[in-house]
Design a protein around this ligand. Sequence first.
Ligand SMILES: Cc1cc2nc3c(=O)[nH]c(=O)nc-3n(C[C@H](O)[C@H](O)[C@H](O)COP(=O)(O)OP(=O)(O)OC[C@H]3O[C@@H](n4cnc5c(N)ncnc54)[C@H](O)[C@@H]3O)c2cc1C
Length: 475
Amino acid sequence: MSFSRRSFLIKAGAGLAFGALSPAILSAQDTKKAKSIISTHPKLQCDVVVVGAGPGGVPAALAAARNGSKVILVEEDNMPGGAPVDMYVTYICGGPRVGAFQRMVKKLNDFHTIGGEACDTFGNAGQDGKNHWWMPGDYAQVIYQAIAAEKNITLLCGAPVVDTIVTHKGNRNIVQGVRIMRNGELQDIEASVTIDATGTGIVAAMAGCEYMFGSEAKSDFNEEIGIEVADGKIQPCTLMFITQRIKRHAVLPVDKMKGSSGVEDQYDWVRAADKEAMIKRDAGIYLHWGKTVYCKDTRDSLLVAEAQRKALEGLEENMQILHEAGYATHIAPKIGVREVRRIKGEYVLTQRDLSNGVQHDDKIADASYYFDVWGMKIDEKLKRVPPYGIPYRSLIPVNTEGLLLAGRIISATRIAHSSLRVQPICSNIGEAAGTAAALSVMYKTGVRSIDIKELQANLNANGLFNGFRKTGSKS
Ligand SMILES: Cc1cc2nc3c(=O)[nH]c(=O)nc-3n(C[C@H](O)[C@H](O)[C@H](O)COP(=O)(O)OP(=O)(O)OC[C@H]3O[C@@H](n4cnc5c(N)ncnc54)[C@H](O)[C@@H]3O)c2cc1C
């Protein structure tokens, strides 16, 4: 089956996440929505509401607050952190590691280094091979501390956003906030600016924004990498896990384990051939890219849950091998989902932009990481990406007011997304989105009409563009 360009640009609302459900279930959900339309908890008001406390959302909230906005940061999990906390994606790729992200990593490095000396360099541009990882709960702790230090932020965890508050003017959707679910009832949060940092783009989708999902054809955006005919496929999901030596002198049985690459603290990749080195190194705690499975539609939480069940089943043999070898295993509470919606914005960032290292006039973030599309073979030469810039226009959904995008859901092709989805880049985008939101509130301009030069100057003053300067300093 071939997909036309039109068919992967999906107008939210039409068949959003319900594609796999029967008509009977669909009508039951509609009825429930109609019944619960009246908010029963007192309405909350703020300048900026950020949905999602992951690598994109936390820096967005911190930056908006630092620039004088009253911020509500909403997270459906009980803890902030996003993928590093609930999916155990605790290893950092790409860069530059600047601003709020750099401060977070410094704290992790100073206080939470596992089983050894703190590493005094953790990479600047993200391409120097120096990496490191920390325990998921330690991320959450450092993030809690950063949020608590910012008096302008109210953090609401355990608060899934289930609807948006939207009015319409002509062909424009005007987003005025979100609705969270508490104890079976709704609560409205009204805001001048809403930031979607959900990693799934569900807020933008609920607000009626157009979005992209799955593989495009190369010709759709004049790209050099990709497939000839769009097939709508997405990257596979991976259930991450951590192992920990519990029997003295136990050696990680990497030669027996199937398909689970790992990395020890002190950033050494673990391979069967490393056995001697493994015994000498002694943190004894490893992060693993566990079982990788395909999920047909990551927009549908039921299908994601089913993918997680399959992944868990697929890990059984390795878990047994590990336990027999003297290792405890900690499996992530949520399967890692690499790809969901990309919201269509005023500019769609493409592979050529990245390959050519384009620095757009409205650049709001530096970025660098290679094209990393799981499940797609890419020529090694074409994979490489020089430092490039993220344009502000990619954070503004088309035909929409009052909404900004942060993190990996920004407007980009699937190939471009495979580079910018890594955590430092999501964080840099988030910090820019939060700053832009605060400027829009301060000058009452709306997010489309802020002074881009002022935004860039603000980000520059906060070190966001320091990553690729040749200062010789370690970040
Ligand atoms: C298996 C896997 C391996 C990866 N490996 C690496 C790696 O090695 N290094 C690297 O740097 N990056 C890696 N990544 C990529 C990176 O982790 C993600 O792309 C990044 O975390 C995206 O950040 P985000 O803030 O956009 O989204 P997320 O991290 O997904 O955060 C979004 C937050 O929004 C919350 N949320 C969602 N919906 C709602 C709602 N309706 N209401 C309230 N809250 C909501 C979620 O609970 C979550 O906390 C990997 C990703 C995966 C899945």
